[in-house]
Design a protein around this ligand. Structure first.
Ligand code: MSP
Length: 539
């Protein structure tokens, strides 16, 4: 049994600066990782950058700097952004890392020795501008290659190929035997259909004469390996995998503690087929990974802009850096987790970001914390006390009767959902559950009208019970929202004057899911004064 929850994201190309899609994926994985830590699990979260390949070589050439220098600069932008966005990873996968290169070369050598890789000659039409062989699919209706391909010539080239096709039947069987190999279901179906159509092997080399920014083949110095073979390997090379050992059971303990069939790989929909769903799964299988050690793929959708795909060439990419500067990390984290169904696409809108912040965070959660603490001070000098059992139960039932608080935890879990409406890893649902709960606690305040109670009978048990129920609600909400809004959760605990030990200050260990049940605040606890948590954004 693995001892850690191992989660990865795609590693981002370092040919240009990070955009909102990159940020979404890293935050999604970060929130899931934080949720697992909240449950008390040990987590290994790997993310990083894909630094080799043609795109990077071209971008570096355009700037007139060596690729190594170019990727350093772009990599730093990613590192800085994740820091600003509170994306907390355990290991950084940068593919120019020597450790990674050694593992990739070890993998290539083993597959070559085992005759899974062979050399062959390819002849065909080659686009010099796009630096790739063309097939008939690239021909226009007139049978010619369009101007986008630039000069096209007939070429013969020797390369190395990985025997993908030999494993087609295995992959179909694996997919059929595991219902949750890919989440969501419809992506698994898409993958299956694509595998059915699979034919041919995978070219895993590039002659150095046309690309030298890559990892050299250990058995032929004239070639570097194809960027996807290099990049996909990061998931095991940075987790302690030893490529010289073909038996999973004999792998270093460090690796076995992490790697399992529950390893969750978070990727975008564009890189399921063929990269992760076909190349990667077959790479693992041919390296000797048993079926019960094949990871699970969580495939998210895309953020678009005005219904169109964001792209640098169209000049419509949204820069997350600017948004963090303008609105702060919490506003962006909240919006990105709230406004897209995991697996589906969504349209990015700055206006929606502001509306969600003002409505959900400033008006609902922020207001709730504010009025809870204000009333505790106004009516009980900040002291919250456990009222008589009858009153306490009565108030809590009043509150819980208003809302459905179940399902939050399930929204973060894989596997079969306990609540029929919930899909595994539906982080958006979890956010909506908390949001609905905040909304109902605010309604509870309005129904109970503590200001009236205070006027009619200032010392009443009922008022005591209402105030305690409110403080408890706020405490529980802080714990539940902490994976999405870590800073705000600390802010709420600070204002509640709760878990103030200096060694817990600003630390994730301050929050435990087990503590998210009623009755945590001791009788007579004194809460702090309210400070605005989410000042409204005025446009
Ligand atoms: N380098 C490869 C991945 C190698 S993984 C072994 C790559 N890089 S990428 O920079 O193009 O994309 C990184 C991730 O960001 C991918 O999962 C991709 O789907 C995701 N996104 C890129 N644009 C996106 C949106 N507009 N919206 C959401 N995610 C998107 O592919």
């Amino acid at each position: 049994m693995p001892k850690e929850f191992y989660i990865t994201t795609a590693i981002d190309y370092t040919n240009s600066a990070p955009h909102i899609g990159h940020a979404y994926e890293k935050i999604l994985a970060d929130v899931i990782a934080r949720y697992h830590r909240l449950k008390g699990e040990k987590v290994f979260f790997l993310t990083g950058v894909d630094q080799h390949g043609q795109k990077v070589q071209q971008s570096a050439a355009k700037e007139g700097v060596p690729p190594a220098e170019f990727v350093k600069g772009v990599t730093q932008k990613f590192v800085d952004l994740w820091e600003k966005l509170d994306v907390k990873y355990d290991e950084w996968a940068a593919t120019t890392d020597e450790r990674h290169k050694r593992v990739v070369q070890g993998m290539l050598q083993r597959l070559f020795d085992e005759k899974q890789i062979y050399k062959d000659k390819q002849a065909g039409h080659y686009s010099i501008r796009q630096e790739q062989f063309l097939t008939d699919r690239e021909r226009g209706p007139d049978g010619e290659f369009g101007p986008e391909w630039g000069q096209v010539e007939f070429r013969e080239e020797e390369n190395y190929y990985f025997k993908l096709n030999d494993h087609k039947e295995w992959l179909l069987r694996y997919i059929d035997n595991r219902k949750d190999a890919v989440i969501p279901d419809f992506r698994q179906l898409e993958l299956r259909n694509a595998v059915e159509k699979l034919s041919g092997d995978l070219c895993i080399s590039r002659p150095k004469s046309r690309l030298d920014w890559g990892i050299e083949l250990p058995f032929d110095k004239d070639f570097v390996t194809y960027v996807w073979f290099d990049a996909l390997s990061n998931y095991i090379s940075f987790a302690g995998y030893d490529p010289t050992i073909d038996n999973y059971e004999a792998q270093p303990k460090e690796f076995r503690d992490r790697w399992s069939k529950d390893t969750l790989q978070v990727i975008g929909k564009d890189i399921l087929i063929p990269a992760h769903g076909i190349y990667w799964l077959i790479m693992l299988h041919s390296l000797g990974f048993p079926d019960d050690q094949i990871p699970q793929l969580l495939v998210h959708g895309w953020w678009n802009l005005g219904g169109a795909k964001m792209s640098k060439s169209a000049g419509n990419v949204v820069d997350p850096e600017l948004l963090v500067e303008k609105y702060g990390a919490e506003a962006l984290r909240y919006y990105l987790m709230n406004d897209i169904v995991v697996g589906g696409d969504a349209d990015f809108s700055e206006e929606r970001l502001v509306t969600r912040f003002n409505t959900d965070l400033a008006n609902t959660l922020g207001n709730l914390v504010n009025r809870t603490l204000n009333m505790a001070h106004r009516y009980r000098e900040g002291k919250v006390s456990q009222a008589s059992l009858v009153e306490k139960n009565h108030r809590e039932c009043q509150l819980l009767g208003l809302t459905e608080v179940h399902g939050f935890e399930e929204a973060f879990e894989g596997g079969a959902p306990k609540y029929p409406s919930l899909k595994p890893y539906s982080v958006d649902d979890a956010v909506h559950h908390i949001q609905a709960f905040c909304f109902h606690v605010n309604r509870f305040v309005d129904l109970e009208a503590p200001w009236k109670l205070a006027k009619e009978s200032p010392e009443s048990e009922r008022l005591t019970a209402v105030l305690y129920t409110l403080a408890e609600s706020v405490r529980v909400i802080a714990i539940l929202i902490s994976p999405v809004l870590p800073k705000a959760a600390h802010g709420i605990f600070d204002q509640l004057n709760w878990k103030m030990e200096p060694e817990l200050s600003g630390k994730e260990e301050r929050f435990h899911l087990d503590d998210a049940k009623w009755g945590g605040l001791p009788d007579g606890h004194v809460v702090g004064k309210p400070v605005p948590l989410f000042p409204r954004i005025e446009l």
